[in-house]
Design a protein around this ligand. Structure first.
Ligand code: KG4
Length: 334
């Protein structure tokens, strides 16, 4: 089965063509048009601009992807969660394409894409599994009883972890997106400089599986405001802050994942979403968990390969009754 998938839930316009083979998925084409440069000056995604860019870029990206003539069987498209007008840009484009080629459209949950992209090289997973989704819009721990059977165990009560990186990076004068900018500044600690700098680990000991990252952001803001102008600009201070921000997030994520994995006796852990691209986070998680899967790095952040893979597992939802496919900005996974 060959699926063409479209992803426009946030600030990436992505289209991919993926073939589902018996053992694994084969990426025949994948193009992502990133809008990072456009949203940089706003320190986050500016929805009106994002829709305009999606509409402009979709036909260009499609042309790049459709270089060879291929027998496409279905079109998968992200219907949520995400920014409503951005989702509609992708959905309308998918419907037009499907109509022209008389193909079914498969509606896909973006978060299920972040989970199932982990199966790209091996269509096998030990169940029950625990999925940790860490992105700019979501931080969720999800029990995966089997593919298609999900239960949200916990989630952030305020900011998502990627959102916290983006906001704290902005406080420190770093570029958007904040996650990679912070990671880049995390050089080895100097024990003589800011050795006692400590940020909170919000909700690390709470008995549930929820998260809260806005307190971390506020702590960064107060710490920054309490420094003199020279320190605020000092690379040593910025590096020490970045290390603490990143480590605080990693500590909380590991502790909560560990608690949920033990309580539910899971057999594997799956991590997905933009923050899962983080090298240090991957290293520390791999030290703590044996059976853990991370997506290939470039498939941690938003892409359309993950939508094609999730589309494959939801192929029975494919329909030619296109009016049934609608954007669901607040779509939940269970
Ligand atoms: O999944 P994603 O591409 O978009 C959605 O939010 O759906 O995730 C984007 C988020 C941003 O907040 C960005 O700062 C973060 O992922 N991110 C990272 C890294 N790369 C992207 N955070 C930490 N380390 C990274 N290497």
């Amino acid at each position: 089965m060959i699926i063409l998938a479209i992803e426009t839930s946030c600030d990436d316009t992505a289209i991919a063509i993926v073939k589902a083979n018996r053992q694994k998925f084969e990426v025949l084409a994948s193009v992502i048009s990133s809008q990072i440069e456009i949203h940089k000056e706003y320190g986050g995604v500016y929805p009106t601009l994002a829709v305009r860019e999606h509409k402009k870029n979709l036909p260009i990206v499609l042309k790049k992807v459709l270089k060879k003539s291929l027998e496409i069987d279905a079109i998968a498209v992200t219907i949520g969660p995400g920014l409503d007008p951005c989702l509609w840009a992708g959905i309308n484009f998918a419907k037009e394409l499907a109509k022209a080629k008389n193909l079914p459209v498969i509606p896909v949950n973006h978060l299920e894409g972040h989970i199932l992209v982990n199966l790209i090289n091996k269509k096998k997973l030990a169940f029950p599994a625990l999925a940790l989704i860490i992105s700019g819009g979501n931080t969720q721990l999800i029990l995966v009883k089997k593919i298609g059977n999900y239960k949200i165990l916990g989630e952030t009560r305020d900011d998502a972890v990627g959102e916290c990186f983006d906001k704290t990076a902005r406080i420190l004068g770093l570029e958007y997106p904040g996650g990679p900018a912070i990671a880049q500044k995390c050089v080895k600690p100097s024990f003589t400089h800011f050795a006692d700098l400590k940020l909170p680990r919000p909700m690390i000991n709470s008995k549930d599986y929820d998260f809260s990252f806005s307190g971390l952001k506020t702590a960064v803001l107060y710490n920054f405001k309490n420094q003199n102008k020279k320190t605020q600009k000092s690379q040593k201070y910025i590096s020490a802050m970045c290390r603490e921000i990143q480590q605080s997030a990693i500590d909380v994520l590991i502790k909560k994942t560990l608690r949920a994995s033990l309580d539910y006796g899971v057999k594997s852990i799956i991590v997905g979403g933009g923050v899962s691209a983080n090298q240090e986070l991957r290293k520390q998680f791999k030290k703590r968990f044996d059976n853990i899967l991370f997506p290939p790095k470039k498939m941690s952040t938003d892409n359309a390969v993950m939508i094609a893979i999730a589309g494959y597992y939801n192929r029975e939802k494919g329909t030619k009754n296109y009016s049934r496919i609608k954007a669901e900005p607040n779509l939940r996974i269970n």
